[in-house]
Write a protein that binds this ligand. Structure first.
Ligand SMILES: C[S@@+](CC[C@H](N)C(=O)[O-])C[C@H]1O[C@@H](n2cnc3c(N)ncnc32)[C@H](O)[C@@H]1O
Length: 279
């Protein structure tokens, strides 16, 4: 082998080794995830990488949702779900969960795909969802056999409960589903933490720098040594996501789930999916 060819092979092998070193399984998820390795600049590097690879601004926002409709229909777990939305409430300051967001669809379908492909077991597991909004993600988790508690701000529970009623009552559920109030940063009710959840879910919950500290406080309260957190985020604001990652790294090990592990029909360059476990 010519010396430059040998050098190329060595370089490729070293690159593969570097790749392997950053891939690992985290928590109860069976897929290998890309570790966001601790370090002073690592949150900034993650953001540069994400925006560089996915170029989110070049993709269409709201690919899987129509936020002006009163109803969003989606098939999941062999059922046809019909999620009620309240587009007019979106204009009210502070109200964001009255319509669905792409990251919620991506996370719900990711859970379904992961269970179907044997990467995840939700049957009989205690699952808490944060900032449930219209409730699709938690409903899918319940269809997959989870004992799910959906949570949101007090004035958001009406729509959430309507959607649970409209979608879950008609099915012979493998799991269970309820909704309760949880304001990030407040002490979580005993029903949420005793016992600690097996899984905590959140989609599009990192969108305001002011809420990051409270959100992390709540994630810390809900996360025991055997809890796995899945967070799906919208790539709209690099500064807020970087701020979240930087702060989250103090308490959690973080891995990014590559798109090839998502549901094949629900992939978007404007969405990112992380798994977190307590350090
Ligand atoms: C952008 S919406 C996402 C809704 C839903 N997860 C989805 O993906 O469609 C953010 C959700 O977080 C909730 N939220 C915001 N701040 C909160 C807080 N301090 N405590 C609890 N929930 C909060 C909102 O009410 C809203 O339902």
């Amino acid at each position: 082998m010519a010396s430059n060819e040998a050098a190329e092979v060595k370089e490729e092998e070293e690159e593969e080794e570097r790749e392997d070193a950053t891939m690992a399984k985290l928590g109860s998820y069976g897929g290998e995830v890309r570790l966001v390795v601790d370090g002073e600049e690592s949150a900034a590097e993650e953001i540069m990488l994400l925006w560089g690879i996915q170029q989110p601004t070049l993709s269409k926002p709201n690919s899987f949702v129509s936020q002006s409709s009163l109803k969003l229909s989606i098939d999941s777990c062999g059922h046809s779900l019909s999620i009620l939305q309240s587009p007019s409430s979106l204009g009210t300051p502070g109200v964001t969960g009255s319509v669905m967001w792409d990251s919620g669809i991506v996370l719900g379908k990711f859970l379904e795909h992961s269970v179907d492909s044997g990467m995840l077991v939700l049957q009989g597991k205690k699952i808490v969802e944060l900032g449930s909004g219209c409730g699709l993600v938690g409903c899918i988790a319940a269809l997959l056999g989870g004992e799910v508690i959906l949570t949101d701000l007090p004035d958001r529970l009406r729509l959430l409960r309507k959607n649970i009623e409209a979608n879950m009552k008609q099915f012979c559920l493998r799991g269970s589903v309820t909704a309760t109030e949880l304001i990030w940063g407040d002490d979580a009710d005993p029903e949420l933490v005793k016992p600690m959840p097996d899984y905590v879910l959140g989609s599009d919950v990192v969108y305001s720098e002011g809420a990051v500290e409270d959100l992390l406080e709540t994630l810390g309260q809900l996360c025991g040594p055997n809890t796995t957190i899945f967070l799906a985020g919208e790539l709209r604001n690099d500064a807020i996501l970087e701020y979240f990652l930087e702060a989250a790294m103090n308490k959690f090990r973080i891995g990014r789930i590559d798109q090839n592990l998502w549901h094949p029909d629900y992939r978007s360059n404007r969405v990112v999916l992380y798994v977190l476990v307590k350090k």
